[in-house]
Ligand binder design. Structure first.
Ligand code: ADP
Ligand code: MG
Length: 399
């Protein structure tokens, strides 16, 4: 007495239900690398005036990603203007539904994802922006430092192959060495934590690095992911090149569980550009985890605050994407100066350090917390894979 295939999304009967369904296509299960709609997790949608009820079926009721999926559903549905209230009802899938989800996830995994050297329980956050110069690299290194100060080990992959700046921002130099044919990231202790970095800037001098660029852009990022000893990292932060190009799409293919943090500056035009980065992420089935506004306002030495580029831009972008605004970093001379000294402001004790500590707290506790012992679905896939493998090995088939 089983229901039909859960991978057929429910057919909405009204325009508003369809709008809700479409909005849920932006909710990604990062472990399965697919939208909850295509995974058949959305069982039904009911709309009465502005009141919405969504039934979501998780692979397992105690799924560690449950809170996150609930939050993401809320973010997306409440971003629809007409929504007045939202009730999310969570249930667990039955065995048949689970099998169908796993079949789809496995199919996608086989299509998409090669093995990488990034540990399965590390959370991967790519820092994206629509254009250069918005402070993406500054945000990456300071977030890494602030997370490391929580006692964590943070990898930074500097994927801005042409315009790498992470080594300079962290005051690190040296050559990457190989161990057993794999690159060993350079390391720097930060508080009770650790930052590990791979960047084009560490590869045998500027000249050779320049030769690499253009030729093997995507290959370089691929090697940083596959032929590297990342070791036991908790988060991998990826400083993406600006824009919405090959590297972004390559990443979606190589690391489907990558989640995006979009950096924007306050002006309206900047948000439109930043929104493109988010669109691109979603086309690649990557979860957009939140927005960080940079250069938000400026406080002069007399204590007056000026919103040089306008205000509320980060909040507006976050709302339109249905994701949280993680923080706003003011325009501050110390941040620019820190770039030259190689001492990130987050490692200091000033106001900016406090702001980045709070951004790191929101990331680690709310937006992308570490999932203990891997999420339910990843474990399930492993079990399904094992079962399939042993079935194949046994040569038995029920047709
Ligand atoms: N909040 C800020 N206040 C002042 N200067 C900043 C701030 N954020 C970034 N900068 C400066 O702006 C420039 C561009 O920042 P960067 O992090 O390299 O941007 P991106 O990686 O997006 O190109 C750098 O010189 C940097 O020091
Ligand atoms: Mg940069």
């Amino acid at each position: 007495m089983t229901s039909g295939s859960p991978t057929n999304p429910p057919l909405p009967s009204s325009g508003r239900e369809d709008e809700v369904l479409q909005s849920l296509r932006a909710v990604i299960d990062p472990e399965l690398g697919d939208t909850i709609v295509d995974l058949g997790m959305v069982r039904s949608i009911a709309v009465s005036e502005g009141d919405v009820v969504v039934d979501v079926a998780l692979t397992i009721a105690a799924c560690p990603l449950r809170t996150q999926i609930e939050k993401d559903v809320r973010g997306q549905v409440e971003a629809l203007e007409w929504v007045r209230s939202l009730e999310i009802r969570i249930a667990a899938m039955d065995a048949d539904e689970r099998a169908a989800v796993m079949a789809r996830a496995r199919w996608k995994a086989r299509e998409d994802a090669p093995d990488t050297a990034v540990p399965a329980n590390a959370r991967i956050l790519a820092i994206a922006s629509g254009k250069g110069g918005v402070g993406k690299s500054s945000v990456t290194v300071n977030l890494a430092v602030a997370l490391a100060q929580r006692g964590l080990t943070i990898g930074i992959l500097d994927a801005d192959i042409w315009g790498f700046s992470v080594p300079r921002l962290l005051g690190m130099e040296g050559d990457v060495e190989a161990r057993q044919g794999k690159m060993v990231p350079l390391e720097k202790p930060v508080g009770s934590g650790l930052v590990r970095v791979l960047s084009m800037g560490f590869l045998a001098g500027e000249e050779q690095a320049i030769m690499w660029r253009g030729l093997v852009l995507n290959r370089a990022v691929q090697q940083f992911l596959q032929d590297a000893h990342w070791g036991d990292i908790d988060y991998l932060l990826i400083d993406l090149p600006p824009g919405t190009g090959d590297v972004q799409m390559g990443l979606a293919r190589m690391l489907p569980r990558t989640e995006m943090l979009v950096v924007t500056t306050p002006p309206v035009a900047a948000q439109k550009v930043a929104a493109r980065a988010a669109d691109m992420a979603r086309k690649g089935y990557l979860r957009v985890a939140g927005v960080i506004e940079n250069m938000s306002d400026f406080t002069c030495e007399h204590g007056s605050t000026y919103a040089l580029f306008g205000t509320g831009g980060g909040q507006r972008l976050a709302r339109s994407l249905g994701v949280p605004l993680i923080g706003s970093i003011p325009l501050h001379a110390d941040l620019a100066a820190a770039g030259d000294s190689g001492l990130p402001v987050a490692a200091g004790s000033g106001e900016l350090a406090g702001i980045f500590a709070e951004v790191a707290r929101v990331v680690a506790e709310e937006v992308a917390p570490l999932v203990q012992a891997q999420g339910c679905t990843a474990r399930l896939i492993e079990r399904v894979e094992a079962a399939v493998a042993s079935g194949e090995a046994g040569g038995s088939s029920s047709g």
